[in-house]
Design a protein around this ligand. Sequence first.
Ligand code: AKG
Ligand code: FE2
Length: 447
Amino acid sequence: MNTTQDKIDAVRGAVVKRPPFCSGVVNLDNNSSKLFYERQDKTAGLLSLTSATTAQLEDLNRACLPATFQLDGRDVYHGPYIKARKLGVDHFATKIDLHALDIVKMVRKELLEGPNQNKPIEVELYELNIYDAGSFLKVHKDTPRSEKVFASLVISFPTPHQGGNLILRHDGEEYSFDPSNILSKAATPSAACVAFYSDVEHEIAPITSGYRLTLTYDLLYGEEKEENIDLSLGSSLAMVTRSIPEVSLLQAAIVNLLQDDHVLPDGGCFGFGFRYTYPAFTPQETDDDSDSPRSSLKDVLNQLRGSDALLKQVCDTLSLSVTAQVVIDTERDEPSLMLIPDLVDLSESQVESGWEEAVSDWTGGREVVDWESESAGDFNEKIMWVTPRTAFPTFRTTYIIADYKRPIVAGLQGDICLVVKVGPVGRRETAGLSASTSSSRATSVDF
Ligand SMILES: O=C(O)CCC(=O)C(=O)O
Ligand SMILES: [Fe+2]
């Protein structure tokens, strides 16, 4: 890794790259673990998904039909692609409620980013599958049954078996999900769930003994924007397993970038686009005469999730100051950006000519130029965009141009980004610079 661009790319990769799946373990009570099913002779069977006996699983296996596999639009039976059995949704029933078990919340929290985050998620049960010794499913992508489908969800039950790992491949990485291993460690009757994006290639390794029992679902985007998204997980979702501890990777990449003397030699800032949206991006409408404060961008720092949270965590460790800021393109001849430290309402404010000086005075905003821009003279503060600005957290305000004949209402629009303040070579740390005590979290990393 030699060039500065390589080092920027390494930081970007460590922030942007996330596993294409999420997984967890849910507790199932007696009621939600009941499975009712129809045998081929039309009689009904009942078993507990968390404590089925081998005889019961044999009976369920007989009730099932050979599973098919969609290949070039045709249903393929057995053969080299698939050996498994299935029961269609009209032939079984359970009381499993993915919403009540917080599985839908987990999917939203872990898989949905940016503008998709508040979309309603619909769940469609697809089929039940049972895999006995010698069963397998070869590498494939799930054939989308509708264009609204964005991911597949599989729930695996604690039926004793060996083999049958789900292997997922995406973006040059391979991940293995082994429900029988995960469930053998669970203290209470539980099921393991895994959700992965539709473009993820996957396969099921051969089952070597026992029965592997699963329910598969399609996850779809609904139409309307969901109100009051609550992402707090209740007690039924016992554990969410994430596959890669990314902290050390990101930390090493940022340190490497900061150790490069070509990078912002006189200090400046790193810019990162947000990967998630947060409630604080949407200022509450307040009554004109109410004193309640508008929501502040400082609140965002306590709401961070996923790789946004990871970035804050690493910057705190490295004593780099992180803030959420509004970024607006100025209207100057030489391109520059105005960074404003909070959401401001300028609708009552009057400007005589260009808004830049006035907004800077009112808000403490400062102008920065791209670190590689032609106009990046010695006196300008510089910004290096590590991940691109994302336009979904948008800021808007109006202001008044005080024309001598009659005032004109004009609009300002910007994005909201994470800004990491970086000191000059040799003094990169910026957190708590105005405080007299040094941060106890500071590491011994030498920039
Ligand atoms: O059971 C699993 O883990 C995955 C099932 C699967 O890939 C499918 O049914 O298409
Ligand atoms: Fe699949």
